[in-house]
Ligand binder design. Structure first.
Ligand SMILES: [Zn+2]
Length: 266
């Protein structure tokens, strides 16, 4: 059983345009089209049983639509969805209540595309309210290829949040890209052993050896298999994890057991 915890899809009508825009902005070529259908095809050809789609709300006005579409599609076609929330959300509690009542497992933050630092008080308030409702918080962490001049979610900002919300969000926070895209050394130095999950999206191809070290030191019980499809290949990412030779028990946790617990499908 394999669950890919970090993928993206866009509505059919805007998928090609959005992928073209993001490709130009970030300088990264996609491995498939950006539609839900293309994700389902990729899952079938790669041997992925379930995928999790993480939508990003870049404008508070999109929130309602994104969460409604996530709720409508959640669990269908073996695809689960996170909800989305913007730091300038006018009614944090109502939005989080809707996400919780819709049966979604959590929310996705993208500090770069949402124009805030991860330890911004608005984010901290949203995280405290989300954790209170039993929701998980997934955040992009580290550098973003489209924002090379400004880091919005550093290991130090993550430590600030963990300190501020100690006991409140322990084991509810999921850091994408093994804790920090393109900053594995600082992750190894500062985040190993923190009460956070880390996903493997987008980092296994560029620096596999560092990833293996992070996984071994942070512990397989806190690692989620993820590809960042369409930005990398689900099939190749499975092979990267298998090549690490972590053993059956660790692979089971990384490929599905940890995700099953978070998604509530155990
Ligand atoms: Zn992503």
């Amino acid at each position: 059983m394999i669950i890919d915890f970090h993928t993206h899809t866009f509505p059919d009508a805007i998928a090609d345009k959005t992928i073209a825009y993001l490709t130009e902005k970030g300088g990264i070529l996609p491995y498939r089209r950006g539609t839900l259908g293309a994700l389902i095809d990729s899952m079938k050809s790669s041997g992925v049983d379930y995928s999790v789609v993480l939508p990003v709300v870049t404008n508070p006005k999109q929130e309602r639509t994104i969460n409604r579409v996530s709720a409508e599609n959640n669990g269908k076609n073996h695809v689960f969805f996170a909800g989305g929330i913007h730091p300038d959300c006018p009614d944090v509690c109502a939005t989080l209540d809707y996400i919780k009542e819709s049966g979604l497992f959590g929310i996705k933050f993208h500090p770069d595309y949402q124009g805030v630092h991860f330890d911004d008080p608005r984010y901290i308030n949203i995280m405290a309210e989300a954790a209170k409702r039993g929701l998980y918080i997934v955040t992009h962490a580290g550098w973003d290829p489209a924002y090379r001049d400004h880091l919005h979610c550093s290991p130090d900002m993550i430590l600030n949040v963990l300190k501020e919300l100690k006991g409140v969000i322990d084991n509810r926070l999921i850091l994408a890209h093994l804790g920090g895209y393109e900053m594995p050394d600082e992750v190894l130095e500062k985040l190993i052993g923190a009460p956070v999950y880390m996903d493997t999206a987008a980092v296994l191809r560029p620096y596999p050896d560092k990833c293996r070290e992070i996984i071994l030191r942070h512990g397989a019980d806190k690692i989620l298999f993820a590809s960042d499809s369409p930005w990398d290949s689900q099939y190749d990412y499975i092979q990267y994890i298998k090549a690490f030779g972590l053993g059956k028990q660790a692979e089971d946790m990384i490929f599905h057991k940890n995700a099953e617990k978070i998604l509530g499908i155990l």
